[in-house]
Design a binder for this molecule. Structure first.
Ligand code: ADP
Ligand code: MG
Length: 914
């Protein structure tokens, strides 16, 4: 393949202590910085470790070597913090041995033990892998503990050989990928959490722009911080006021007695960027920007100030943040009352939704651990907060109301991990086309159809609800009751038969079952309940039920193990009115409800959901409507099922060649920096790299070549019939444009079809593709899309002309597991056509699985593939032929899950600070 080599672009990432570092390839202009690093900022000892001796010229020679023009087999990366080079790492391979490279790393003394070396090596390993390097080696001195630790903590297998006081470290890059990814994830999580501490557990806060005007946002926040009893120090900064809300104000950040950890900016849009720069220069570690309406330039400068000075940023357009831990007690938001301390982590994009959520959680008594109004999410996103809540020790429930979670490629990994320990709930905002229009206008969220979105949230372990009310109703159940069993079998009990029937309907409609009860249990119930009662499911106790009987009835159902949940509907009746509370208490104080959730429906209740306190301290949710209760139960069953699913390994792709795929993509984007559709030849080549074979397709630039191609296909023993497809750059649907002819048999037919093409399409036609006809079969489609919320997805479904009519598709987050391969097929309404049944053969499922697995790997390896579409795949019992494929590439804008880096909504490289 070609030797085209694109240098990795500059990225920013967090060091172990949460400091932001810029990682980018070294260039000739960095010569002095590298020289300075090696000559001045490393001790003699460090230098000896690096150079195995202390040659005076070593720093100079190193700077020369590292800062030359790009050359094949060599890459040097530098790490910068606040404009200073704090470390470098490079690899170099010997000519003729390009699959191995020698690695070296150096970190300034003052920056050691902060993860600089590890971060540099991660990025270098990533680049090396992409360039087809299979092993990296490093010669290190036996006493160089720091470097040995970096290697052993990396998460890659490391082999060591001792040779005369030197240790040769060998790291094979192909092995143990999942382990390495977990190690990278873990380091990323730790660094992320460290960087968020200044935001969510600050010891001091400055409110910048607090004005004297009563009712101003800044002043409101200042008051709330004080009145909320913040345990740290708080100051107001305002050049135009000496006193604000009765307290002294400081004219500038520099005039404060100490540097605050966190600054809340409530200044006009035009001065946000300069205020942020002032904060950064002073050493502030985090910003919450309440201001909205920033222009593109101001936004870019704000981001730049944050990255350059290592500040995490919430907002702009944020309502603020709150931390209820008694050690902190920070209420820096201009919503309602001080949030009730509790255990739900809440993050919202829209402030109004945030206030509503806080109120409802307070009313229920769940309360919040921390609250963040993310606003426009320039930096801190839902992903960051999931990681924070995962490890803050206070949060047992995560609630997000966001249109997207942050870096789509990181989302699935983070969500899947966090959902294992705490329930993660979200409102699926932007489901409808109209909703997406609204969402797109401020976050350009994705356009995945609803069915698919549900499946994708589920795959990530997230409980997606249809609105705020459903979110709170579901949270109430998940927070207070054990998870139901995975069967989803519910026993319905009511004191009024009609309501029981409604509740049973609601359960079934929500995807639960209301099974018949075992005969022994029915007998037991019959013996217990009043004579007129119905002892089948739904159980009708009749209005004559007494308190003790009701309690025993529920206990019997719970203990029986015949059901996974008990839903008790109580209607006020003339007989029970006096006893209404009593009946409810019968539910609340029954023993042994530990394993099976019990929920109540009280038709007389005025609020949609409330808690009944049980004697054992547990709370039992009571709903006003059986539909609501059933929906909450169904979400809980879904979560139980998800948790019970084995976390199977990624689907195996046997014959892939990712290094060639990488080269091909780099070469195309080198020639087409804006991206675009691959031509038929490149498309076939890229698919080949992932074991995805396209039907033999011969490229023919003119009539003569077309006829020759058809003849040679006939000689190859195909049945003689060919397909002819006109090609021009940028074409979309060929058959709709009349550019496909199938079933051509003779030279004359082929020739005249080609002539018609040339007449019709004229000069724009670049030539044609000649293919043998695939035998008849079921037309399927498979492909890759990059979803703005979920990241890369593999899509599968009915293809060919049925695509639009039937709209029968399944989709999964890439990378797919072995299990995904089969559920993607069984999820389709047309699954029986694929699986077959007696008398009707299905299709070659193993071949389908191979295509899906290959696409999954392609999507995971190559974020530049924004669209890949194999349509149709013609499937038969004995094989699969792909007769048409299209692939579109874009320069990599996206986050790579295997590389730690910060999200960057501002596409341009940062300009120097004015
Ligand atoms: P497009 O999707 O751009 O319209 P295709 O290459 O998919 O063009 O061709 C359209 C339809 O023609 C396919 O869905 C398939 O039914 C049929 N077709 C195309 N090529 C072949 C082939 N080599 N063998 C059999 N059928 C083909
Ligand atoms: Mg097609």
């Amino acid at each position: 393949m070609s030797t085209v080599q694109h240098l990795p672009s500059a990225v920013e990432a967090l060091l172990a202590d949460g400091t932001t570092a810029l990682i980018r390839p070294l260039a000739p202009a960095d010569h002095d910085a590298v020289l300075d690093l090696h000559a001045e900022r490393m001790s003699d000892v460090s230098r000896r470790m690096r150079f195995f001796g202390a040659s005076r010229r070593a720093p100079e020679l190193t700077a020369d070597r590292l800062c030359g023009p790009p050359r094949p087999g060599f890459l040097a990366l530098g790490a910068w913090v606040g404009g200073d080079l704090v470390g470098e790492a490079d690899y170099e391979s010997e000519p003729g041995h390009e699959d191995a490279a020698e690695l070296a790393v150096a970190v300034a003394d003052a920056w050691q033990h902060r993860g600089v070396g590890t971060l540099l090596i991660e990025h270098l390993v990533h680049a090396a892998r992409e360039r087809g390097i299979h092993t990296i080696e490093a010669d290190t001195l036996a006493g160089n503990r720091a470097v040995h630790r970096v290697f052993s903590d990396l998460g890659l297998p490391v082999h060591r050989h001792l040779d005369q006081g030197e240790i040769k470290v060998t790291v094979p890059l192909d092995e143990s990928d999942e382990h390495y990814r977990e190690a990278v994830d873990e380091r990323g999580r730790a660094a992320d959490v460290a960087s968020l501490a200044a935001l969510l557990r600050p010891r001091s806060v400055a409110v910048v722009g607090a004005s004297r005007r009563l009712g101003s946002v800044g002043q409101a926040v200042l008051r709330k911080i004080r009145e909320g009893g913040f345990t740290g120090e708080v100051w107001a900064v305002n050049p135009y006021a000496e006193q604000i809300a009765g307290e002294p104000a400081y004219p500038a950040l520099g005039a404060l007695p100490r540097v605050p950890d966190l600054a809340v900016l409530a200044v006009p849009p035009a001065v946000v960027a300069s205020a942020a720069q002032e904060c950064g220069r002073a050493g502030v570690r985090a910003l919450v920007v309440l201001t909205s309406g920033l222009g593109a330039d101001a936004a870019r400068q704000l981001m730049h100030a944050c990255r350059r000075h290592s500040m995490r940023l919430v907002g702009p357009n944020s309502l603020g943040i709150a931390q209820t831990d008694p050690e902190v007690r920070l209420d820096a938001e201009f919503g309602g009352a001080f949030p009730l301390p509790g255990t739900a982590g809440v993050a919202v994009q829209s402030g109004g939704v945030g206030i509503a959520l806080l109120e409802r959680l307070a009313w229920l008594g769940i309360g919040v651990s921390s609250f963040v109004s993310l606003g426009d999410k320039y930096d801190v996103s839902g992903n960051d907060l999931l990681q924070w809540w995962e490890s803050d020790g206070h949060t047992d429930l995560a609630l997000l109301h966001v249109e997207s979670f942050g870096s789509p490629r990181a989302f699935a990994r983070t969500a899947r991990r966090v959902s294992r320990t705490i329930p993660v709930l979200t409102v699926d905002a932007g489901r409808s086309a109209a909703g997406r229009r609204g969402a797109a206008s401020h976050t350009a969220a994705a356009a995945t159809p609803t069915v698919t979105r549900e499946a994708l949230f589920r795959q990530a372990g997230i409980t997606a609800t249809r609105g705020i009310a459903e979110l709170v109703e579901t949270a109430a159940l998940l927070h207070a009751q054990p998870l139901p069993g995975t069967r989803g079998a519910v026993a319905v009990v009511s004191n009024a038969g009609g309501i029981g029937i409604l509740a049973a309907d609601a359960c079934v409609e929500a995807g639960l079952s209301v099974p018949e009860l075992p005969a022994a249990l029915t007998d037991e119930l019959r013996a217990l309940l009043p004579a007129a009662a119905g002892a089948t499911n739904p159980v009708d106790t009749t209005a004559a039920i007494g308190l003790d009987e009701l309690r025993s009835c529920v206990d019997m159902l719970v203990r029986s193990r015949a059901v996974d949940a008990v839903l008790v509907c109580l209607a006020p009746t003339a007989l029970t009115t006096g006893e209404r509370d009593g009946l409810v208490h019968a539910l609340a104080d029954g023993p042994a409800r530990r394993r099976v959730p019990v929920v109540a429906v009280m038709l007389s209740q005025e609020v949609p959901v409330r808690y009944l306190s049980c004697v054992d301290g547990r709370r039992l949710p009571s709903y006003a409507d059986p539909v609501t209760a059933a929906r909450a139960l169904a979400h809980a069953v879904d979560r139980a099922r998800w948790l019970a699913e084995p976390t199977t390994a990624e689907a195996v792709v046997s014959d892939s060649d990712p290094a060639s795929g990488r080269l091909l993509v780099d070469a195309f984007l080198g020639a087409n920096p804006g991206g675009g559709w691959l031509d038929p030849v490149l498309t076939a080549q890229l698919l080949e790299c992932y074991g995805l074979p396209l039907t033999l397709s011969i490229w023919a630039p003119d009539e003569h070549a077309v006829v020759l191609a058809a003849q040679s296909l006939r000689q190859l023993g195909h049945d003689g019939r060919v397909a002819l497809k006109a090609y021009w750059q940028g074409q979309v649907h060929k058959s709709a444009a009349g550019a496909v002819r199938t079933g051509l048999t003779t030279d004359a037919e082929v020739r005249s079809a080609y002539r018609e093409f040339t007449q019709h399409f004229g000069d724009r036609m670049a030539g044609a593709v000649v293919q043998p006809m695939a035998g008849p079969g079921l037309e399927l489609l498979a492909g890759v899309v990059q979803d703005q919320v979920f990241g890369p997805l593999v899509v599968f479904g009915l293809g060919g002309t049925a695509t639009d009519v039937m709209d029968d598709r399944s989709a999964r987050l890439a990378p797919l597991t072995e299990r995904d391969l089969s559920t993607m097929i069984t999820d389709l309404r047309s699954a029986p056509l694929l699986l077959g049944r007696p008398g009707l053969p299905g299709v070659d499922l193993a071949a389908v699985g191979r295509v899906l697995a290959g696409l999954s790997r392609l999507a995971a390896d190559l974020p530049e593939v924004v669209e890949a579409d194999l349509n149709p795949l013609i499937a038969r019992p004995d094989g699969l032929a792909c007769v048409d494929a299209r692939i579109r590439l874009e320069p990599r804008p996206t986050f790579d899950p295997y590389l730690r880096r910060l999200r960057r909504p501002v596409a341009d490289p940062p300009k120097e600070e004015p």
